[in-house]
Design a protein around this ligand. Structure first.
Ligand code: PLP
Length: 381
């Protein structure tokens, strides 16, 4: 038996996407900038994909560009916008993905101020603190739609309203939500929105950035005039059509997928909390339908992942061994989990392809893995 429950890390490419990727790699492989028929066919596929992806988030096709990843979209939104300001202030949250935190840190070294707004024990941003942080020179609020580690969904509608009222641009990293829960740029007053293909059953190395009409960005790279002069380099047409197809399929069956994944998620949450000193992380209900995340007292995360892997279970932990020092997840620390407990975190993330059998298998194996690790843990008595 095998169980892949690491779909927040990446997903299986769906067969519908594979089909169009194949077609655009083998037959319609032209360069969309070329004038001949190969080029025109590729250009048409590219523009149809742009129409499709933008319509799935309620946007105009002119307001969307394709990038190489969620990371690039986040960087372009933040640094590309900051390039139009000589210093100034950005507001973000303490639990953003590094693709947002690192560009913010980079800007801090280059004359900008950044406020990292705290979250509550469930990972929900403190709206009062966000409002109070606004200054005369605040030009951007960047808050993720849902967190990749604990699955908590942020009140982006409220944040969008605050941003609009104060004449500040609003960026959201929707990498973990696109194709999983409803998403509309107009309903939420979003000015910039990042998506990644490989989290929604599309191929890796493709992303998109929605840029509301009138918002001025500078490119991060310099070269040709592709993607509204914002992202030079020949477009990855095969990847983009695959992304577009995957997003279309995910959105078409969204209701059904939400119901399927939530049922499995709720079973994981209910059963895993029965393990001695196992704690749910993230909001009990206001969370992604595919995310079940926990920490266990007296457990070292990486050993747990390796033992699960030994049983053919793919999962992840927020704990990472870097430069010989165990680093606890900044997200878990921000929700108030103690440093030593944060090392025992486990993230199980489902997809629409996840099965009841996979979940039952994990529920069967996990208590034994925890028990075994605790027999050798210096943190467990
Ligand atoms: N933002 C969030 C919330 C993510 O979870 C990830 C990937 O884990 C990214 C950004 C980066 O996306 P990509 O892998 O496409 O660069």
């Amino acid at each position: 038996m095998k169980a892949y429950l690491d779909n927040a890390a990446t997903t299986l490419v769906c067969p519908e996407a594979l089909k169009v990727i194949n077609e655009h790699s083998k037959v319609n492989y032209g360069n969309p900038s070329s004038l001949h028929s190969w080029g025109r066919i590729a250009k048409k596929s590219l523009e149809l994909s742009r129409i499709s992806v933008s319509s799935l988030i309620g946007a105009e096709s002119n307001d969307l560009i394709f990038t190489s990843s969620g990371t690039e979209s986040d960087n372009l939104a933040i640094k590309g916008l900051a390039a139009h300001y000589k210093g100034g202030h950005i507001i973000t949250s303490k639990i953003e993905h590094p693709a947002v935190i690192e560009p913010c840190k980079y800007l801090e070294k280059n004359g900008f101020d950044v406020s990292y707004i705290p979250v509550d024990e469930y990972g929900i941003i403190n709206i009062n603190k966000l409002e109070n942080a606004i200054r005369g020179d605040t030009f951007l609020i960047s808050v993720m739609h849902a967190n990749n580690e604990i699955g908590t969904i942020q009140p982006i509608k409220k944040i969008g309203q605050i941003a609009k009222k104060n004449d500040i641009l609003f960026h959201t990293d929707a990498v973990q939500t696109a194709g999983k829960i409803p998403l509309d740029v107009n309903d939420n007053n979003i000015d910039l929105l990042s998506i990644s293909s490989h989290k929604l059953h599309g191929p890796k190395g493709v992303g998109a950035l929605f840029i509301r009409k009138g918002v001025k960005l500078s490119p991060l790279m310099h070269g040709g005039g592709h993607e509204h002069k914002l992202r030079p380099s020949t477009e990855n047409v095969a990847g983009i059509v695959g992304f577009s197809k995957a997003f279309e399929i995910a959105t078409k069956n969204m209701e059904k997928n939400i119901s399927h994944m939530s049922k499995l998620r709720d079973k994981l949450i209910k059963e895993i909390q029965k393990i001695d000193q196992a704690y749910l992380t993230g909001h009990p209900t206001n969370r992604l339908p595919n995310n079940a995340s926990f920490y266990f007292k007296g457990i070292e995360g990486e050993s747990m992942i390796l033992m699960l892997d030994d049983k053919n279970i793919g999962a992840s932990t927020g704990s990472a061994c870097s430069s010989k020092k165990l680093q606890a997840s900044h997200v878990l620390l921000a929700i108030g989990v103690k440093q030593e407990d944060a090392h025992g975190s486990l993230r199980l993330t489902l997809s629409r392809y996840s099965t009841q059998e996979e979940v039952d298998y994990v529920l069967n194996v996990l208590p034994n893995v925890i028990a075994e690790l605790r027999t050798i843990s210096p943190l467990w008595n």
